[in-house]
Write a protein that binds this ligand. Structure first.
Ligand code: DX5
Ligand code: ZN
Length: 229
């Protein structure tokens, strides 16, 4: 996984058919997804429950691109090795998930993965000021985490501030929540390069009608890339 600043679309399988993950992952990749975003929730850090490491390990053989695992759990550290073993390429922990995010990021890299740090909407950019050399990706939440399909919260000032703080470091800015063809240009303009989208990718399509996924992905990408035109 080499570093580049091109727009990458990362469909969140939180909006996929939960009885058919293998086929859903293959369909979104065939239709142009750059990364596959996996939302792990623990019913404690966020008010919802999703995938443990065994489920994520079962997704792995279907993912040919990048498996981007977003942990919305606390604590994080006891599970890092399990998600490494499950095959995560990027493992993202929330800065709000505990007092030792610095140690957590070191441990994620130490386990051989790219390290991501996520910020809830109420958390300022400065929370990661001392983590910039320990992280490969900063995930800016544009909804309060826990559910797909929520309304986008404008975090463009935070994104721009983070891009300025990052300077020439090879750090991705990922946006998660409410990304669609209307909001994608705002975040791309501000400095984001990885766009997670759940409902806006899966809406209207299915594994039997995957062309809709392709169209949805292409529309988000075109809208985001349009800001460079
Ligand atoms: C929210 C998750 C998101 C979610 C995005 O807690 O982290 O990845 O699936 O869903 P949409 O794109 O529907 O807002
Ligand atoms: Zn997510």
């Amino acid at each position: 996984m080499s570093f580049d600043r091109k727009i990458k679309i990362a469909p969140s399988i939180l909006s996929a058919d939960f009885a058919n993950f293998g086929a859903e992952i293959r369909a979104i990749e065939a239709e142009g997804a750059d990364w596959v975003h996996v939302d792990v929730m623990d019913g404690h850090f966020v008010p919802n429950l999703t995938f443990g490491p065994m489920a994520v390990k079962a997704f792995r053989p279907h993912v040919k691109t990048v498996m981007d695992v977003h942990l919305m759990i606390a604590p994080v550290d006891p599970y890092i090795d399990a998600y490494a073993d499950a095959g995560a390429d990027v493992l993202t922990a929330h800065v709000e998930a505990g007092p030792h995010i610095h140690r957590t990021l070191q441990a994620i890299r130490g386990a051989g993965m790219k390290a991501g740090v996520a910020l809830n909407p109420g958390t300022p950019a400065e929370a990661v000021a001392h983590l910039l050399d320990l992280t490969d990706l900063i995930c800016v939440m544009t909804v309060n985490p826990g559910f797909g399909g929520q309304k986008f919260i404008d975090m463009t000032a935070k994104i721009a501030r983070l891009r300025e703080m990052i300077g020439d470091r090879p750090v991705h800015i990922e946006i998660d929540g409410g990304v669609d063809p209307k909001t994608a240009p705002l975040v791309a303009q501000a400095g984001a390069d990885v766009l997670v989208a759940g409902s806006a990718v899966f809406r209207g399509g299915s594994v039997d009608n995957p062309g809709v996924y392709g169209q949805n992905i292409a529309e988000i990408r075109a809208a985001a890339e349009g800001v460079w035109a």
